[in-house]
Design a protein around this ligand. Sequence first.
Ligand code: NCD
Length: 496
Amino acid sequence: MMGVRHLIGINRLTHEQLFGQIIPACIEMIPRAKKARPGRRQPHKKAVFYFDEDSTRTRGSFVEAAELLGWRYIVETLACSSRNKKESWADTLHTWVNYNANVVCARTNQEGVPLWLAEVASRDGLPVAIINAGDGRNQHPTQTILDLVTIQQRLGRLDNFKIGFVGDLLKSRTAHSLLDALSMRKGISVVCVSPENVKLPRHYAGLFDNFQEGTDMELLADCHAINVVRWQAERIPKDSAEFREFLRVKDVYQINRPRLDRLKPGVIVIHALPIDEGVEEITDDIKDDPRVVIREQAWHGLPSRMTELEMSFANRQTFEPLSPVSDAQVREILNLSLQEGLERQRGKSHDHFVPLADGTVVDKLPADSGYIIKMMLRRTEGFSHGINVVESEEHNKDILVIKGRRLSEEAMIRVASLAPDATFNVMGNRFQKFRVEQTIRVITGVGICLNMACITRSGEPGIQSRFINTGSKEQPFACDYCNQHFTLSEILPPVA
Ligand code: NCD
């Protein structure tokens, strides 16, 4: 069977995997799911359904999918799991696999757990596939798959339509995953309606040619589809300003009968569910309106999760690269005698930049990054003294002058992953200049994710931070585990 082994995030699938293989396979599974009779027993197939956050649909449809496929399975919640006794994720996974689990579906409050479980499976050679059933605010790929099946079935296409997102777009994993999927399609216009304090994370806007956001429900008027998301009230403290604001505005972002009737004819309204009965983001009187397709959407969980279980089982031993791999190469771009090199440098030098005869000068660092990168080198290379930061206001850049030391290739790559234009002038027997060439910039083991719900902040043994430098101007550094985006000074605070 084609497809993928792990389902960690929509943002980790290719267009071909998601739209060429998974979605067609789910649609093909619909008649089989409709029969609703268990197939032949397949006792060699076993799933673990682990939930440390509440769930009715995701859990119920996975369990029913396993029943219909004839699998064995266990359902484990935090309350009955050794996770509650602070067992590590790695040890918990080993235990599940020890008792013959082939597929683990996990819903977790921590973000990035599915990626870590998949990494542990690779590291330790465990023949198991991981399916993310929702990790905190991050991703919910299996929900997105059933959303896409619903849109395809109802609108008859997955290209060329306008979709509105309403509600708490900051914390809704269902919105994040669906947007990642739609960003791979053609002709999608997105309009996001939410209060200012729970706006969609900024980096999503850049994924669409046609993106609009605001606070006015009238922006939804000409959408072909509307995805209403639940207020993630359980993710904020009840005494916070954000919670008070939520109570104040919750009725504004509601789809009710008069609003539904003002929408475009033929519109479909979807919602991952549950609807909060105190908020009624979709009011009770329209839940059976033919435009509100939420019950059919939830039923699509069955064929899609049957497909996902079979696909993950079939691929449980295939090798699958999990994260982007840095393609960095250190290139020598100049090699002169020391004498010549220094002459050349002197010709160009400014008053404050006196080249060394022995050491490394790291040039062309972004303004204000010098101190942060100095601190990083102190941590990673053990340099304790002899690094000076020169701030060139004239050229709007920082320079690091490192006395008596050469930087290792690894260190050059690390610096360049943070500061891609950096050049490294190494002076010793000769004068050499290096640059790091790379299109995929990965920073491992350096920097701290600011998201306290990220698994890299959990104390899990063996896990290291990992960021991808996306090259974007505002917040270039995306945590590979939780997908939150940060600036350089956020991930590498300039403190000793
Ligand atoms: C969603 C979830 O848990 O992320 N529900 C679901 O899986 N059907 C949506 C939500 O709870 O807001």
